[in-house]
Ligand binder design. Structure first.
Ligand code: GLN
Length: 544
């Protein structure tokens, strides 16, 4: 029978519930168990796909095309959990499903209510990732205990253990133990209050994970245990990690969290913990042989989470190439204002990520021109590829005003235009070309070399595409289509062969990169950037 772990959060938001849940998943997997991760989000949007990255950070896309919360990115990077449309539910999705049932008359004349109808729907969602071969489902409850919005979710996880048996469910509460400088001590009261709120609604947490900037003393742990009604060994410290998020699982192991979970849920199948690969990863992170700077030129540069998977994938490629990567987040509007020379001359590689809307586009196009003309390694992702096509059209092919019809509808040279299948779509949510699609690569291309094969599949999220009418013109001047959909109809990858490394992809490779398995294109991009840095250093050396 599948066991269930529920991870709730208290005191403040942004405590890292996603990372902690992913770390727990990773530890259980390294003990030989099969796990699934899932997130419940309390907001009313049906999915985060319609939310601005300013509101919600990156939208993380799964193989099946689900547009999900960025925490699912942590889940995939830390574990092998299968993730699909059953891995992320929002309040909006739950209500939509209940209301659709009501419209179909499925409630047979009953009054439809939060309890039991909404909570039943949530419980059904909680059970979906379970199955014969799944040992543990870890469900993270978004929001903070005490929020009005998350109450139905908390009520549902409370009821869940009545249905499935207390011995099959474990409640883990992540909380903050702040350090007060004036008093020179750690304060346990917020944790006591937060657990008090949980107990009021009938949930007694089994394990407390305490985020803290200083180590908890034995006395402090004993105090938390006493006031929160848990055993002292169930008070786990999770100290802030400045160096890398990949340190989190190791710090939880130091506090015996994996053993505690295995014991409390009687997971008899669990074997010994094997962290060799993880320790090797941290060793490589700590001992780089090169140092390079990569500029990420985007519209949401100031938002830490808007390009989360891109930043992570760059780090993974750094580990792969033994390079420490300093990421320079550059706002594309600053490039428009100050020009690329001042901002981009010293970098070793330029990446333009995905995006929507016209703001900042000209700055991205300028950044592409700079990379192309100066021979700086360039990686364009989705909108970043479209900008590369626009730039090449304008400045190499002389197609005046060339643009994407997303930004200029009546353009004389619509080098990027709407996909045929998109022309009649008016709804916004879940209507793009989404999820994993296969592509074939041109033999001998840089992309084919990087992947080491000619058939690939990658995740997508876009409405616009390369306009096929221009293919030959582009090829004649050196921008080749080296990847396309299997029938050849949709352009997936463009390259400039006569350049140290210039690749644009219509898909999102960042969603398939992991710390111990860097994505081949990111690895290739960073290898080229390391090469550039080396030759520049040598050049300076020779001149000096
Ligand atoms: N806005 C562009 C499109 O819809 C690019 C999308 C993206 O970068 N994800 O095609």
């Amino acid at each position: 029978m599948t066991k269930h772990i529920f991870v709730t959060g208290g005191v403040v938001s942004s405590l890292g519930k996603g990372l902690t849940s992913a770390s727990i998943g990773m530890l259980l997997e390294q003990r030989g168990l099969t796990i699934r991760l899932q997130k419940l989000d309390p907001y009313i949007n049906v999915d985060p796909g319609t939310m601005s990255p300013y509101q919600h950070g990156e939208v993380y896309v799964l193989d099946d095309g689900s547009e999900t919360d960025l925490d699912l990115g942590h889940y995939e990077r830390f574990t092998n959990s299968v993730l699909d449309c059953n891995s992320n539910f929002t309040t909006g999705q739950i209500y939509l499903s209940v209301i659709n049932k009501e419209r179909r008359g499925e409630f047979l004349g009953q009054t439809v209510q939060v309890i039991p109808h909404i909570t039943n729907e949530i419980k059904a969602a909680l059970a979906k990732p379970a199955g014969e071969n799944v040992d543990v489902v870890i469900t993270e409850i978004g929001g903070t205990v005490g929020d009005i919005e998350s109450q139905p979710f908390l009520e549902a996880i409370r009821q869940f253990s009545l249905d499935k048996g207390k011995e099959n469910c474990l409640y883990i509460h992540l909380t903050l133990v702040p350090y007060l400088k004036a008093a020179a001590e750690l304060k346990t009261k917020p944790t006591q209050h937060s657990v008090g709120l949980l107990r009021q609604i009938g949930i007694q947490p089994d394990v407390l994970i305490c985020r803290t900037e200083r180590s908890l003393s034995r006395d402090e742990r004993a105090k938390i245990a006493l006031f929160c009604n848990v055993h002292v060994e169930s008070v786990i410290e999770e100290k802030d990690k400045d160096f890398s998020i990949y340190e989190v699982p190791l710090s939880l192991v130091e506090n015996n969290l994996d053993e505690l979970i295995v014991r409390k849920l009687s997971l008899a199948k669990a074997g010994p913990l094997n962290l060799d690969r993880w320790r090797d990863l941290l060793h490589r992170l700590r001992n780089p042989e090169h140092e390079i700077t990569i500029a990420v030129v985007g519209k949401y540069a100031e938002h830490r989470d808007a390009y989360k998977s891109i930043y992570e994938a760059l780090d993974h490629a750094g580990v792969h190439n033994r390079a420490q990567i300093n990421i320079q987040r550059i706002h594309s509007e600053t490039v428009e204002r100050d020009g690329p020379e001042r901002l981009l001359s010293a970098v070793d590689g330029i990446l333009v990520p995905g995006g929507f809307g016209e703001r900042g586009i000209e700055g991205k196009v300028d950044a592409v021109r700079f990379a192309r003309q100066r021979g700086i390694p360039y990686f364009g992702i989705c909108l970043g590829m479209q900008c590369a096509v626009v730039e090449f059209g304008r400045n190499v092919l002389g197609l005046e005003r060339a643009n994407s019809t997303e930004f200029d509808k009546d353009n004389p040279h619509p080098v990027i235009c709407l996909l045929d299948e998109q022309k009649t779509i008016t709804d916004k949510g879940g209507t793009m070309r989404l999820g994993t699609q296969p592509a074939k690569l041109a033999p001998g291309s840089r992309a084919a070399q990087a992947y080491g094969k000619e058939e690939i599949s990658e995740r997508h999220r876009h409405r616009y595409e390369f306009n096929n009418q221009y293919r030959q013109q582009y090829a004649a001047k050196g921008m080749q289509v080296v990847g396309s959909s299997p029938d050849g109809g949709l352009v997936e990858i463009v390259e400039i062969a006569d350049h140290p490394w210039f690749v644009g992809v219509q898909f999102h490779p960042e969603f398939k990169s992991g710390p111990t398995r860097s994505h081949p294109l990111f690895a290739g991009f960073i290898a080229a950037a390391v090469q550039r840095r080396k030759s520049r250093d040598q050049g300076i050396g020779e001149r000096g």
